[in-house]
Design a protein around this ligand. Structure first.
Ligand code: NAG
Ligand code: NAG
Ligand code: NAG
Ligand code: NAG
Ligand code: NAG
Ligand code: NAG
Ligand code: NAG
Ligand code: NAG
Length: 428
């Protein structure tokens, strides 16, 4: 499967920032409102990016840069403005919303202040049932990213810390989890659909286009997820320019431990251009799980089987396969009496494994994706369409509900945006 990487995308940013979104062979109109303001014309109360009222979601580095981020806070008054720093990829599309209103979109400009909430924002004058009002922002494109320089509200008003929900999910993956080539990418991926779709759940999507699980250079990403999972920065050209091959460690105590971790990695390892051996993949996949179990000892870990692509075979279509017995074998290993009696843990700091003194209960599940998608759920760029992502997310939500007893709390506000297509006639 061929995927563009963060690095490649950045190298050709001028051309690729203005991607065209195709909708049933027609161009989707993306004339999002321009929200740049001159802040000197407003009376603003401004907060630094390290304000304790701001809740960052997902991985952010110490410069408040992220290519996979979310930001959430409560606010009083009728204005919210955000200033984006110089490391922002110019014209990156962000989604943002207040309360339970629909997502809105704007392209952000580096070194500029954007007025994202004002008295003309839908729902701004309605104060119940969500109070204080909440503001939430997500970046759609996983290769580009933004830097938060400051957050402002009207003078005399304030921002408010919103407590975390008490359950957390993390998806560790590649472009398939990042949502690359879905219409709204990060806000259209199955990983987002799962995290947001469960409702009342914190979700982190640690997923970089083009990355292998095995720790080697794949499509321009310097390292594989076996290594990169422990670091704050992403794998983009911007991060390489700043940190080289010495990124900042991620401080796992910054955010709540995950209760459920999904791993969907191997599609890039399976591509022969990346030269990953099967034994290397199995060995590092095993150690990645041992490392996740060390960092989050109480997390349930779900291994997704790889869906790969589909191809025409004779007069029908068939799904391609990769690492099928390998991933299933890893699942069996972690559920064997041998492992559960004497669990092996992995310590990233010393790059070594050791035997835990405490037996463990089973914590690894296998999620079989075969049969969830069909050939036309994979788009011309070899990644799921929006419909494909919705299918995978929907099945995962129900799997997690049935297997782990998670109640579904998303009961009204939209999760997927721009999916309201329908037929306006009874017969056609
Ligand atoms: C905003 O971003 C979208 C998605 O990348 C793109 O299609 C659109 O052309 C951009 N608009 C501007 C004005 O940069
Ligand atoms: C935020 O950073 C500034 C320095 O840039 C520091 O003076 C301040 O104490 C920090 N605030 C918090 C809440 O950490
Ligand atoms: C943002 O400012 C920095 C200097 O602080 C400059 O290097 C960069 O080109 C600016 N970016 C844009 C898009 O204007
Ligand atoms: C940054 O993007 C905006 C559109 O969002 C555009 O108007 C502006 O010219 C761009 N700036 C640079 C330096 O490319
Ligand atoms: C909010 O403003 C809209 C548009 O001006 C108006 O139609 C609506 O009645 C207002 N709602 C409240 C609760 O004031
Ligand atoms: C894969 O191996 C071939 C032959 O040794 C080498 O030419 C190529 O650069 C390698 N590719 C990667 C991505 O490691
Ligand atoms: C980690 O250890 C493995 C052997 O267990 C070795 O192959 C690999 O090079 C080591 N990685 C680093 C970064 O030292
Ligand atoms: C996964 O599902 C496919 C399709 O139903 C089935 O053929 C396959 O045996 C399943 N794999 C496992 C490990 O259960």
């Amino acid at each position: 499967m061929k995927v563009l990487t963060c690095l490649l995308s950045l190298a050709v940013i001028a051309d690729y920032v203005h991607a065209t979104i195709w909708q049933n062979d027609q161009t989707r109109i993306t004339d999002y409102p321009v929200t740049v303001i001159n802040p000197s014309q407003y009376e603003l109360q401004t907060y630094a990016p390290n304000a304790t009222e701001l809740s960052y979601k997902g991985r952010w580095d110490s410069k408040y840069i992220s290519c996979a981020p979310g930001l959430k806070f409560g606010f009083t008054g009728e204005y919210v403005a955000i200033t984006f720093g110089p490391y922002t990829t110019n014209a990156t599309l962000i989604g943002y919303r207040i309360d339970g209103q629909d997502w809105q979109f704007t392209n952000v400009t580096a070194n500029a202040t954007h007025l994202l909430v004002s008295p003309s924002t839908a729902g701004i004058n309605v104060t119940t049932p969500i109070t204080p009002s909440t503001f939430e922002l997500r970046v759609t494109n996983w290769a580009y990213g933004i830097q938060i320089a400051s957050v402002s509200v009207s003078k005399g008003q304030r921002i408010i810390r919103i407590p975390n929900f008490d359950r957390t999910i993390e998806v560790i993956g590649d472009s398939l989890s990042a949502g690359q080539y879905a219409t709204l990418e990060g806000l259209a991926s199955y990983a987002y659909g799962l995290g947001a779709g469960l409702g009342n759940t914190e979700y982190t999507i640690t997923a970089y286009p083009g990355i292998c699980l095995f720790d080697k250079r794949c499509y321009g990403n310097l390292r594989g997820m076996f290594y990169q999972w422990y670091y704050a920065s992403d794998v983009s050209g911007r991060a390489i320019d700043i940190y080289g091959d010495n990124p900042e460690l991620w401080d796992f105590s910054k955010q709540p431990a995950a209760d459920i971790v999904l791993i969907n990695l191997g599609t890039n390892d399976a591509n022969s251009v990346n030269n990953v051996t099967t034994s290397g993949y199995v060995s590092q996949y095993t150690k990645l799980i041992e490392g996740v179990h060390t960092v989050y000892p109480n997390a349930q870990i779900i291994l997704l089987s790889l869906w790969e692509g589909f191809g025409a075979v004779g007069n029908t279509y068939e799904q391609a396969k990769a690492f099928v017995p390998e991933i299933y074998g890893i699942y069996e290993y972690f559920n064997s009496k041998e492992y559960l009696d004497q669990p092996v843990l992995y310590d990233h700091a010393t790059n070594s494994t050791y035997i835990s003194e405490h037996p463990t209960k089973p914590f690894v599940s296998y999620f079989n994706t075969t049969g969830l998608m069909q050939h036309n759920d994979i788009g011309p760029q070899y990644h799921p369409t929006d419909v494909g992502h919705v299918k995978v997310a929907s099945h995962l939500i129900q799997y997690i509900k049935i297997k782990f007893g998670w109640i579904l709390y998303a009961t009204g506000p939209e999760v997927q945006h721009d999916t309201l297509y329908w037929n306006d006639m009874a017969n056609y």
